[in-house]
Design a protein around this ligand. Structure first.
Ligand SMILES: *Cc1c(COP(=O)(O)O)cnc(C)c1O
Length: 385
């Protein structure tokens, strides 16, 4: 019998445009002498992003990474409140560490809510319960468009109208995803939509991101906040820091936009193939018409939960990279446990304990997906499935 040797299938393969193929643009940038400060390449990227991904509606500002973008957006929307009087920001615990850090850096305390068992995003009922229990003490609400899923933005608009409590949407992994109407996720949102361009995201450039909103005042303020709070020439009129994306990053981002749609289409084919090859497994329920997964999240059946690390270890031995986003969830991490409050998190705990992330990058061939599924199923079978 001949052994077929498979190449290593890494968990993530980043998809950063080739710098070496952008040499003409780099020479032009050098000749312009402009390397940052929202220069011409940043401006061009922002303009094209709005046209291509948000139907020409709204405004955006580039940032050096999404974590800083989230901090600034939270700081901006809470500008009329003080952490002494309204200390809490409601957010899910089933998310990435960056989100809770952003809340703490903005001066507030994360108040973790549970998630919906189907779409894995913040449960509206859990949010409402915490709003009731902490009445008058909540500065903002901070949902996550989980793994690029389409958060119902209209809910947060209605909530703000009713209670005055603003929302910021962590859409770190959402660029390329479509909402229920088939438009780029976030299109027309009056709330800040914060996206990441980190190397691991669908449109990676290394480090970078942007904040989008259909709200010119907010984006103008965030642009000034990100430039030391200079509302006037070298004169700080608001809280500030430095969140600017260098021109070279914007150049990569412009090039990324050329390929984004193709990359997302390829990923969707791979996603569909996974669903076909893993019948009977539980996946995230999609609220939008298109997602752009960085990896494929799947749940282990209850009987296999105690064997998750053994199953993943077995796959690693077959040279298949996997992960467990988001396990541990935030309230299980020591720093956040010590600096947060939480409501009931039973759905979060159950999902987090059972989650497995399988590789899903645009250059995966159908053969690779077959191989991953075959090894995943045989690892599950080894533990009694
Ligand atoms: C990637 C990610 C971030 C952080 O983005 P950076 O650009 O790396 O700072 C924040 N939240 C979530 C949910 C993410 O997936």
């Amino acid at each position: 019998m001949t052994e077929i040797s498979y190449p290593e299938i890494s968990f993530i393969r980043s998809n950063i445009p080739k710098i070496s193929q952008l040499s003409d643009d780099i020479i032009a940038m050098e000749q312009s002498g402009i390397y940052t400060n929202y220069g011409p390449i940043n401006q061009k990227f922002e303009k094209r992003l709005i046209e291509q991904m948000f139907g020409g509606i709204g405004q955006c500002v580039t940032v050096c990474n999404a974590t800083i973008g989230l901090m600034m957006a939270l700081k901006y929307v809470t500008r009329h409140t003080t952490p002494n009087r309204t200390p809490y920001i409601i957010m899910p615990s089933f998310t990435f560490a960056a989100a809770a850090h952003a809340v703490l850096w903005a001066g507030f305390i994360p108040l973790f809510c549970d998630i919906d068992p189907q779409d894995w995003m913040a449960s509206h009922q859990a949010e409402d319960e915490l709003l009731h229990r902490y009445d008058g003490e909540v500065a903002a609400i901070f949902p996550y468009a989980t793994f690029g899923n389409a958060t119902d933005i209209t809910r947060y608009t209605a909530l703000e109208k009713k209670t005055g409590i603003p929302a910021v949407i962590d859409a770190a992994a959402s660029l390329g995803a479509h909402d229920a109407q088939g438009q780029g996720f976030g299109s027309g949102s009056p709330h800040a939509i914060v996206c990441s361009l980190h190397a691991t995201k669908t449109m990676g450039i290394g480090e970078g991101g942007f904040i989008y909103a259909n709200n010119p005042d907010m984006i103008a303020a965030l642009r000034a906040m990100g430039n030391f709070g200079f509302g006037q020439v070298r004169h700080a009129t608001m809280p500030g820091l430095n969140s600017k994306l260098p021109e070279i990053g914007a150049l990569l981002a412009l090039s990324g936009l050329d390929h984004l749609d193709n990359v997302v289409r390829k990923k969707i084919c791979i996603e569909q193939l996974y669903y076909e090859l893993l019948p009977g497994f539980e996946f995230q329920h999609q609220r939008g018409t298109r997602t752009s997964y960085q990896f494929l999240p799947v749940r282990l059946p209850a009987s296999l939960i105690p064997h998750r690390s053994a199953i993943l270890e077995r796959m690693k031995n077959r040279r298949i990279g996997t992960a467990t986003y988001f396990s541990p969830h935030l309230h299980e991490q020591s720093y956040f446990a010590a600096h947060s409050k939480a409501g009931d998190l039973s759905t979060t705990r159950a999902l987090s304990a059972s989650i497995v992330s399988l590789p899903l990058w645009h250059e995966m061939t159908p053969e690779m997906v077959h191989y991953v599924c075959q090894e995943f199923l045989s690892a599950c079978a080894a533990y009694g499935m």
